[in-house]
Structure formats: C-alpha cells, structure tokens
Design a protein around this ligand. Structure first.
Ligand code: SF4
Ligand code: SF4
Length: 318
C-alpha cells in the first residue's frame, strides 16, 4: 500500500449500534484519522455517492459496512463500494445475517408501511400518505421485497460478527487495516468453537439436559452461577460462535446468537431448533406439543439475527 491506507464506513439498515462500536474507539479514533485516510463515512463526514464514484476501482483498502440491505439505495451503494474496495467487511449481525432487521421478512413491505405510518397509536389522525405514494416531492428510496444480508448482494471478504461487535474486536481489525494487514478472505473475527467453551457457567452444564418446562427470565428465580439450560431457560450458546467473551451471560442474559453459527452449521435457526429439541424431555406427543407451545415467539428467538440469511428468509408472498 502506498501512502496512508484508505478506509470507508457505511451504514445500511441498522440501529446505529454498529456505528457506536466505532465511536467507542474514543481517543483511538484520532490515531485512526492520523494513520489512515477515512474517505467515506456518511455519519461523520460530508462525502457523497459522487465522491466514491469518482474514485479508482479498488482504491479503498477496506470498507466496513453495517446494517442489512433494505432499500434499493443500499444495493446501489454497496455495489459501488464493492467496486471501489479491496476488502468489504460485514460489520455486525445485520450486515452478516440480516440481523433483527431481517425479522421484517415475516411481513410484506406494504404491511410494514401500513403499520409504521397508519396503525401505530402515536400516528396522526387522519394519517398522511405512505412514503411509496410519492407525490411531487423528492424520490424516496424503495423498500426491497425482502431484507437481505450483505453477502446476498455483494461478495463479502470478512465478517465482524456481533450486535454490536465488541469494541475490542473493532479496534483490532481497524488497527490491522491501518498497519496494512488486510483480512484474508473468509475471515470471521470470532472463535471457531461455540460460546459454551468460553462460558464461565460451562462446568455447571450437565452432559444430558432434560427440559420439562421452558421458562422466561421473569418467570423464575434463576441461579446466576448455573448454566441457563438445565434451569429451563433457553440459551443458544451451544450453537453460537464464541468470541464475545460471554458478555451477555456475564450480564445474566442467555445467549441469543448474534455471533451467528459455528462453522459446522449452515442454517443457524435450524441448528438452534435441533439443539433445543434434543433437550426436550419425554416422548408423549401431546406433552411435547405443549412444551413447544410454551416457547414464546419461536421465530424471534431462534431466528432473531439470521432470518434473512436462513433457508426461510425469502419473506411472505406479496
Ligand atoms: S448489528 Fe445490532 S448494533 Fe449493529 S446495526 Fe444491527 S441491530 Fe444495530
Ligand atoms: S448454554 Fe449458555 S449458560 Fe450454558 S454453558 Fe452454554 S453459553 Fe453458558
């Protein structure tokens, strides 16, 4: 690399938490700005689409993209960034697997707009037009029929998983880039093994678990030193890639899978269902059906971060 490495950051459909994981670099951001040239970062810099379009192909060393692909504008932008970047890094669960934004695939775009602009109690009465109805105003970006993960639109070279990713991981990857060490293709900045292997509660996880009733945290007095699973609380640590330092477990929250599947699994949600189903006690079908019914919001639980990237992720028929 000649001169300072060039970095870009872009935000598609997300909550802003991944941008925050960059801001969390705090004073180290000044070092990044000194050692690298941040050529595009809409949250912080006034650079436009046309500025990126004017760059040479592969001029940017690494582009960090967070958020899911929700709008036609996202497709246009990430394709341009792909062309202009040596490495595209999916930054956070939404870019990696569609994230929580991907749960919108349970509804059509029209249903989503009706809900957001007409049905929520805080909406003005009578409600105004939906954004898609346009009028004479500026062109609004269009909702795609379904939310996509970044690699369903452009080739992704590396992944920083997490919702949001740990600031230490962000710091390490950015430090690598500013020192000219671009990530090898298919790098996932996480551990290969499942989260359970780094969990402080692992010793209390029995070899065989038989769950007779699923509970939610507010329904039970749980032991904070014991694995959630034998207590009937669903934790997805056995199927989730480690590397987050078990931060949620440390805060007394079961794992919900934001780091995505371990290498041996193709579909995170299916793997998570199979894992928990294998722990259900008994063989009596009505009792098993009752046990399944006691799982609140199964899609939101097993596919919370990965519906868009799953085999189910194509959304309802409009
Ligand atoms: S991965 Fe999490 S923190 Fe990042 S944009 Fe998506 S919802 Fe927000
Ligand atoms: S299932 Fe959850 S609580 Fe139990 S050992 Fe694995 S990560 Fe820890």
């Amino acid at each position: 690399m000649g001169g300072r490495p060039k970095i870009a950051l872009y935000w598609c459909a997300g909550c802003g938490g991944c941008e925050e994981s960059v801001i969390d670099l705090a004073e180290d951001l000044l070092t990044v700005a000194e050692k690298a040239e941040i050529v595009f970062w809409p949250v912080a810099l006034d650079a436009r689409y046309r500025d990126v379009a004017a760059m040479e192909d592969a001029e940017i060393d690494a582009t960090f993209i967070n958020g899911a692909i929700r709008l036609d504008d996202h497709i246009r932008m990430v394709r341009l960034l792909r062309k202009k970047s040596k490495r595209i890094i999916a930054h956070g669960s939404c870019a990696h697997m569609g994230g929580v934004i991907g749960l919108a695939n349970l509804f059509t775009p029209r249903q989503l707009l009706e809900c957001a602009y007409r049905q929520v109690p805080s909406m003005a009465d009578p409600p105004g037009p939906l954004p898609v109805e346009g009028g004479d105003g500026p062109r609004m970006p269009e909702l795609l029929p379904v939310v996509k993960a970044l690699d369903q639109v452009v080739k992704v070279d590396a992944i920083i998983p997490g919702c949001p990713p740990p600031p230490e991981t962000m710091a390490r990857v950015i430090d690598d880039v500013i020192h000219g060490r671009l990530p090898a293709e298919k790098t996932v900045f996480a551990h290969r093994k499942a989260l359970c292997h780094e969990c402080p509660r692992l010793d209390s996880r029995p070899e065989k678990i038989e769950i007779t009733r699923f509970k939610r945290l507010h329904q039970t007095r749980w032991d904070p030193d014991v694995c959630f699973l034998p207590q009937g609380l669903i934790c997805l640590g056995p199927v989730t890639r480690g590397g987050c330092d078990a931060r949620c477990i440390g805060a007394n929250m079961p794992c919900r899978g934001c780091f995505g599947p371990t290498e041996r699994m193709d579909d995170f949600g299916a793997g998570a269902i199979a894992c928990i189903a294998a722990m259900m006690a008994g063989t009596d079908e009505p009792a098993l059906a009752q046990l399944v019914d006691s799982i609140a919001d199964p899609v939101g639980l097993f596919y919370r971060y990965c519906l868009a990237a799953s085999v189910l992720g194509t959304g309802p028929t409009p």
